[in-house]
Design a protein around this ligand. Structure first.
Ligand code: HEM
Length: 448
């Protein structure tokens, strides 16, 4: 492959430094325009050279041939490593494979489905708070969803109440912005640089460390042998019967806390927003929930009887994939669509643009959950829809987040009419997650 590929032309694309402003406004939307103009393999020479792929077959090639061909050895993961260390999201190769095998059992459906009671309890507490609030009082829905999903990850995986830290962690994500594409995030690669962003970053990181090392110390001191993720990490032994170093337990724990809450919270934000904008879809969903649940919260087992609920969540994540783009490093020359992707290239695949690909989605901009019905899904390329990525490096939390998002909606929607405050712009900001730039100001009035 590499010799043949060496003779091929590089992919088409705009001239150097073209449209930095359009990129800055919204890279996902900008890249979608590039694909429409140049086809499914594009080279964008912006502030760095990027090779963008939008053909589902090509995307499959990149995502299934992970290590050693398409690795995470690039600037994005270097920045993420400043926070997550060598956890499951950022590590690669043999080391990653061993850690993944070790943690996989915690994410089996059998285990995850048992989280339904904890998810429902956390949601019921939120609902009780919402009931005490005047119907017309606006609040930050995004913050509340973030708090809720943080509590859920903390309780289910670490058996600990960590909700009190949710605000601090949200600030870490807001202020230091682990978005690798921002200057402040890039500067964290040189932590000794005395810029205010770095000082804030260190402070927040220290706090995260305190939370996690505190959890580890408390569990050890209690002598308790719980079968949650923390228990699993603490009990793990390598081939020399050595326990996992605390630093590695910290990296895995912080990775799961961060990867496992902002993503689900973003999915919930957009779903509430979309339902508020589409009362006909909301009415259909409420009808299904009422028929099946009759006012009770859903259990994991109930979800099989709530097909429209799942379709609503799938469609929301199609239009607003919480992880909108993924990058890799090509470790050798490769060919895509007759073009050369050179060794060491920064390769990008974009759930956002695949999910709006006109070849695979009819009227892609329309919010139409029924497009995920079995009949209408037939024949769709499996890589045209990848909110959780795919292949060996796919999200380990798919089952958990689908359960969580559906149960939260199933409990809150029948009780509250959630509406975005008129005049408050709900527009995306493609950071690491595709979250609403100004948050979501909303009201929640109790349904009669
Ligand atoms: C709606 C919710 C979620 C979405 C959309 C989502 C999406 C993703 C995506 C796209 C990746 C691939 C990232 C990459 O290639 O770098 C990923 C990886 C990962 N996710 Fe999620 N995720 C969600 C929820 C969760 C939850 C609840 C957890 C755990 C509690 C979790 C833990 C992880 C981990 C550990 C990885 C790295 C997997 C590996 O490489 O082995 N995620 N997720």
């Amino acid at each position: 492959m590499s010799n043949a590929a060496a003779r091929l032309p590089l992919p088409p694309g705009p001239g150097p430094l073209a449209s930095l402003r359009a990129y800055g406004r919204n890279p996902a939307v900008y890249f979608q325009k590039l694909f429409a103009e140049y086809g499914p393999v594009v080279r964008w020479r912006g502030y760095m050279d990027m090779y963008l792929l939008n053909n589902p077959d090509d995307v499959r090639t990149v995502l299934t041939q992970a290590w050693p061909r398409y690795t995470k050895r690039n600037i994005d993961y270097r920045v993420l490593r400043q926070t997550m260390g060598e956890g499951l999201v950022t590590s690669d190769g043999e080391f990653w494979a061993r850690q993944r095998r070790l943690m996989q059992p915690m994410f089996h459906a059998r285990v995850v489905n048992g989280f339904d009671a904890a998810i429902n309890r956390a949601t019921a507490d939120l609902a009780a708070r919402w009931r005490t609030r005047p119907a017309d009082e606006a609040f930050a829905l995004d913050r509340e969803m973030s708090r809720l999903t943080f509590r859920i990850v903390g309780e289910t995986l670490f058996g600990a109440g960590i909700e009190e830290y949710a605000e601090a962690v949200a600030s870490l994500l807001d202020e230091t912005n682990v978005n690798p594409k921002t200057l402040s995030a890039l500067l964290t690669l040189w932590p000794w640089l005395p810029v205010p962003g770095n000082r804030r970053f260190k402070r927040h990181l220290q706090l995260l460390d305190d939370i996690v090392y505190g959890l580890i110390a408390r569990r050890r001191a209690s002598g308790e042998q719980r079968e949650d993720l923390l228990g699993l990490l603490l009990a793990a032994r390598d081939e020399h019967e050595q326990p996992m170093p605390d630093r590695q337990i910290r990296d895995e724990a912080i990775t799961l806390l961060l990867a496992g809450h902002e993503t689900s919270a973003t999915a919930l934000d957009w779903t509430f927003h979309l339902l508020g904008q589409h009362p006909d879809v909301e009415a259909n969903l409420l009808h299904e929930l009422q028929q099946v649940l009759r006012g009770a919260p859903a259990t994991a087992a109930d979800l099989a009887r709530l097909p429209f609920l799942k379709q609503v969540v799938q469609e929301s994540m199609r239009l607003y994939p919480p992880v909108w783009g993924l990058s890799r490093r090509a470790e050798q020359d490769a060919e895509f669509g007759g073009y050369r992707i050179p060794k060491d290239a920064y390769v990008v695949v974009l759930p956002y643009t695949l999910h709006r690909h006109p070849d695979w989605w009819e009227a892609p901009e329309r919010f139409d959950p029924a497009r995920f019905s079995p009949a209408r899904s037939e024949g769709r390329h499996s890589y045209a829809y990848i909110p959780f990525s795919a292949g060996p490096r796919a999200c380990i939390g798919i089952g958990m987040s689908m359960l969580e998002v559906q149960l939260v909606l199933a409990q809150l929607l029948p009780q509250f009419e959630v509406r975005t405050v008129p005049g408050h712009p709900v527009v995306p900001q493609p950071s690491v997650t595709y979250r609403p730039r100004f948050g979501v100001r909303a009201t929640a009035s109790v349904r009669a």
